[in-house]
Design a protein around this ligand. Sequence first.
Ligand SMILES: [Zn+2]
Ligand SMILES: [Zn+2]
Length: 251
Amino acid sequence: MDETKEHRVVPIKQKWNPRNPLCPKHTTKHCDFYCKQCNNPICALCVLSGEHDQHEKMDIFERKIEKLENELHQLEHSICPKYNDAALDIKIKKDDIRANSKKLRTMINEHGQAWHNEIDNIIKSLLSKIDDNESKQLDIFESEERKIHLKTNEILKNIQDLKNLISSRDAHLVPEYITKLRDFSDLPPHLDMALPNFMPRSIDKSLFGHLSNCFEGKALHNAMYFGIIPRPIRNLSKYLGPPGFPTLVKK
Ligand SMILES: [Zn+2]
Ligand SMILES: [Zn+2]
């Protein structure tokens, strides 16, 4: 042995494992070690060659465990949190969609109610005009009706008086009778009137057009309008840095 060199004993925890890779330099030997400086698996003959005497070496099984631990670390601390963030982001966006739809439903219902109120007010106003007109026209006719009724009663009374007078043949009263024809010759006026008419116009749907166009932008089915840009989840490799160096990826 070369006494000038420092020797280190590498513990071999595992038995010889046929799964260990064959050494590229010594093709009959399996690599049971790993040289950290060369970043390569090496075999017992490589160790004996002295080429790696000053290099830090480790059991290849431990090296494999180290790689597994590194993968575990990436899964736990890099990849899984990203998936959790994505799921949370989707949940927040779904809540936003529901909250926004609820707000829009309320606004649309309120807007619809405002339109209904407006139409109700117009109908009430029209009905009120009909009531008002009816009342005014009936007042005029009822006033004339009362006058006619009074006059008719007077005429009927006078008819009876005349009949009594004629049948009495009273020599004093008959000559004194003064004609009443002049009182009744002013005949009731002929009242002309124009009945109001209702001429409904066909409903102009363009008036309501803006109701269905209140949404900004394009049609509802256009996903882009809603800002949803479907794209696959970012490639996993983006989150995978070189082994042992978890990479921070900008969002
Ligand atoms: Zn070798
Ligand atoms: Zn080496």
